[in-house]
Write a protein that binds this ligand. Structure first.
Ligand SMILES: NC(=O)c1ccc[n+]([C@@H]2O[C@H](COP(=O)([O-])OP(=O)(O)OC[C@H]3O[C@@H](n4cnc5c(N)ncnc54)[C@H](OP(=O)(O)O)[C@@H]3O)[C@@H](O)[C@H]2O)c1
Length: 344
């Protein structure tokens, strides 16, 4: 058998000792090994923080944006935002299944990868279309999954683009499922895809005595979360304004603050909002890729707060099933997400 390292270390070109996520360059050219999966790539779902940054850098010009994606992939052998280090996920069909792998997959099965693009060897032949409202890029390409790589087969009962959209942020509701308890006060920063999915799951967990407070700078988005029955209280302000968020959270909770907070705002410097507005010994899940570790750690120290701060790991067992089930259970939310796809 001709197999490679199960974590993909054999495809790292530089620097020494790096695993694929930390690598500056991956080998996206060598023939597939017996413990790898080859995927014909149809589209990339670039994670919100990176898409927004690169789209703004390209002055919202499709040609410039496409050129920057091509340039990144050609230089690195993978798509990884050089500034934030994040990637996203891809949708494609299975082309090759290494004979050494015991997986429930067949050639031509449609799958979404659940490991980041930031560690997935990728070649791009062509960029066909860009959908800024979805963060999706339709491409002709080829990707390689390592033995440890995670993937989900696309369900038959949901449109592909919809599944792709929620699977990118599948960890968000899974964190709510794992940590939110009955009766808790939950603070959510950012009412985008991850925020809405998280609020659905949190709502289920808190029961009738709990409370969900959403911070969102866009009033329409915030009101949508309320009309979908997901947020009880809205704070319409910039998430970087920690003191204002604190003032309003104090007001909505009678001074008790949040028991658990989630940060999904796709921009830097939103750490203090959740740190100030979460009660002492409460939990914070930093899911946003814009989170800065030293800002969070030193920021909490600076205001004398003892908190359990959790880095939003992209993988929690069962996360894909949780996210897809929300689409089946919450028809209004599914219709809202479907509407985003229609608007593209
Ligand atoms: N940890 C992981 O494994 C993982 C995996 C996937 C994604 N992520 C990250 O999760 C985050 C959320 O992803 P998503 O797909 O839900 O993104 P999204 O749909 O773009 O949502 C982000 C939300 O944050 C809001 N926001 C932006 N700036 C704000 C501000 N100054 N104040 C208040 N709200 C603000 C946005 O509002 P506007 O649209 O009005 O700006 C939007 O509603 C991103 O950082 C993404 O990279 C993490």
């Amino acid at each position: 058998m001709n197999s490679g390292n199960r974590f993909g270390a054999h495809r790292v070109i530089e620097p020494p000792f790096a695993l694929p996520k930390a690598a500056l360059r991956l080998d996206n050219q060598s023939p597939l090994l017996d413990n790898e999966i080859g995927i014909r790539v149809e589209s990339l779902h670039i994670t919100s923080t990176s898409f927004t940054r690169l789209w703004q850098d390209a002055a919202q010009d499709e040609k410039r944006f496409a050129a920057s994606i091509m340039d990144i992939v050609n230089r690195q052998g993978k798509f990884q935002d050089p500034e934030t280090g994040s990637g996203g996920v891809l949708l494609g069909t299975v082309d090759f299944i290494g004979p050494q792998l015991k997986v429930d997959l067949l050639p031509n099965d449609p799958i979404v990868t659940l490991v980041s693009l930031a560690q997935t060897p990728l070649r791009l032949q062509k960029i066909n279309k860009i959908y800024p409202s979805l963060g999706q890029v339709v491409v002709d390409g080829y990707a390689i999954l390592f033995e440890s790589g995670l993937w989900a087969k696309l369900p038959d009962d949901l449109p592909r683009e919809l599944a792709l959209m929620v699977l990118d942020v599948a960890g968000a509701p899974a964190y709510a499922n794992r940590y939110v308890k009955p009766g808790q006060r939950v603070l959510v920063i950012g009412g985008g895809k991850a925020g809405l999915l998280c609020m659905h799951e949190a709502k289920k967990k808190i029961g009738t005595n709990g409370q969900i407070i959403l911070v969102e700078k866009d009033e329409e988005r915030a009101q949508r979360a309320r009309s979908l029955g997901l947020a009880d209280n809205l704070i319409i302000t910039d998430a970087r304004n920690g003191l204002e968020v604190l003032r309003q959270v104090e007001n909505f909770t009678g001074g008790a603050l949040a028991d658990i907070s989630f940060n999904f705002a796709s921009l830097p410097n939103a750490e203090m909002s959740v740190i100030l507005s979460t009660r002492s010994e409460g939990k914070i899940i930093f899911y946003s890729m814009s989170t800065n570790f030293s800002q969070a750690a030193l920021g909490a120290e600076g205001v004398g707060k003892s908190l359990e701060m959790i880095i939003g790991n992209g993988y929690i067992p069962g996360h894909a099933q949780i996210a897809l089930q929300i689409l089946r259970d919450n028809k209004p939310l599914r219709e809202y997400f479907s509407g985003l796809i229609k608007q593209k």
